[in-house]
Design a protein around this ligand. Structure first.
Ligand code: NI
Length: 187
């Protein structure tokens, strides 16, 4: 089942998300629904706050990038209770977008590699360094779990230049091909 994606301005996107336990209700179904929602929106990553749940659950699907990098063939992974433990000193700049901020793309400087811990769908503990494009997606998605958006991380000048655009998105002025959730009463 496809779920509506919460858009910039929704308070849940600014909340710090909580860890969950293996007894979280219908977790397998939820993960399946998040993958379906992500694929439908042509995205590479989706975090639970983006579907209105303040829990530490992220799905990442890099299979669409298999042509450019064969190691991402069949890369579909759920990250539960994910946390970033440390980051490399080396940084790089890359263009980013977000399904919760339709129509916007900006360059963001982030660490090249990150050391993460999480549990997989079987609640097996994982501890690993990730790099390349995956490191970028992991940082963007794990940021959602802290209530962060990539637009928080762009240069002050760019921030100023897009502030009106962000405001109009928060007021419901955007268009996209997927179903969104937008509550016009809270602003
Ligand atoms: Ni995002």
């Amino acid at each position: 089942m496809k779920l509506p994606i919460y858009v910039y301005g929704e308070p849940v996107l600014r909340k710090k998300a909580e860890d969950i336990t293996a007894s979280y209700p219908d977790l397998k179904q939820l993960i399946e629904n998040m993958f379906e929602t992500l694929t439908n929106a042509d995205g590479v990553g989706l975090a639970a706050p983006q579907i209105g749940l303040s829990i530490r659950l992220v799905v990442i699907d890099l299979s669409s990038l298999a042509d450019e990098d064969p190691k991402y063939k069949d890369f579909k992974k759920a990250y539960i209770n994910g946390h970033i433990l440390e980051s490399s000193e080396e940084t790089c700049s890359m263009g980013e977008g977000c399904l919760s901020i339709p129509g916007l793309h900006e360059n963001v400087v982030r660490p090249e590699r990150v050391h993460i811990k999480y549990v997989d769908e079987n609640f097996e503990e994982k501890d690993e360094w990730v790099d390349g494009f995956l490191a970028r997606v992991v940082q963007h998605e794990f940021g959602h779990l802290e209530g962060e958006l990539y637009t928080d991380k762009i240069s002050p000048l760019r921030k100023q230049l897009i502030s009106r655009k962000l405001k109009s998105i928060a007021h419901g002025k955007y268009s996209c091909t997927y179903k969104t959730k937008f509550n016009r009463h809270h602003l």
